[in-house]
Design a protein around this ligand. Structure first.
Ligand SMILES: [Zn+2]
Ligand SMILES: [Zn+2]
Length: 104
């Protein structure tokens, strides 16, 4: 199940579960739209993959017996902080930004 992380790993802005600004890579590394597009240029600094919009998890369970939604699977409260330096990020981003994610 997708971990709905609480913040952008780079700038630490809050990314609540209903946010339309949250971007994730396939490993659930989570960034705000601004960092993903302007700083990271669609390159995850950890895995090198691209980003997609994080789906919004519904508030309620719409299939009662399945017990879904934030009510049963709340967003994570853990805050992540990028472990990479600005220089390390720039090196990876510059090497991959012009390669489409499906070819990395
Ligand atoms: Zn950010
Ligand atoms: Zn990643």
């Amino acid at each position: 199940m997708l971990e709905i992380r609480a913040n952008c790993e780079l700038c630490d802005v809050d990314l609540p579960p209903h946010s339309k600004e949250a971007r994730i890579c396939s490993y659930e590394c989570t960034y705000c739209r601004n960092c993903a597009e302007t700083v990271l240029k669609n390159v995850c600094p950890t895995c090198g993959g691209g980003f997609e919009r994080r789906p919004v998890r519904p508030h309620q369970s719409h299939r009662g017996e399945l017990k879904l939604g934030l009510e049963y699977h709340p967003a994570s409260k853990k805050r992540y902080v990028s472990k990479w330096t600005t220089e390390q990020i720039e090196t990876l981003v510059n090497g991959l930004k012009d390669v489409p994610p499906e070819q990395r």
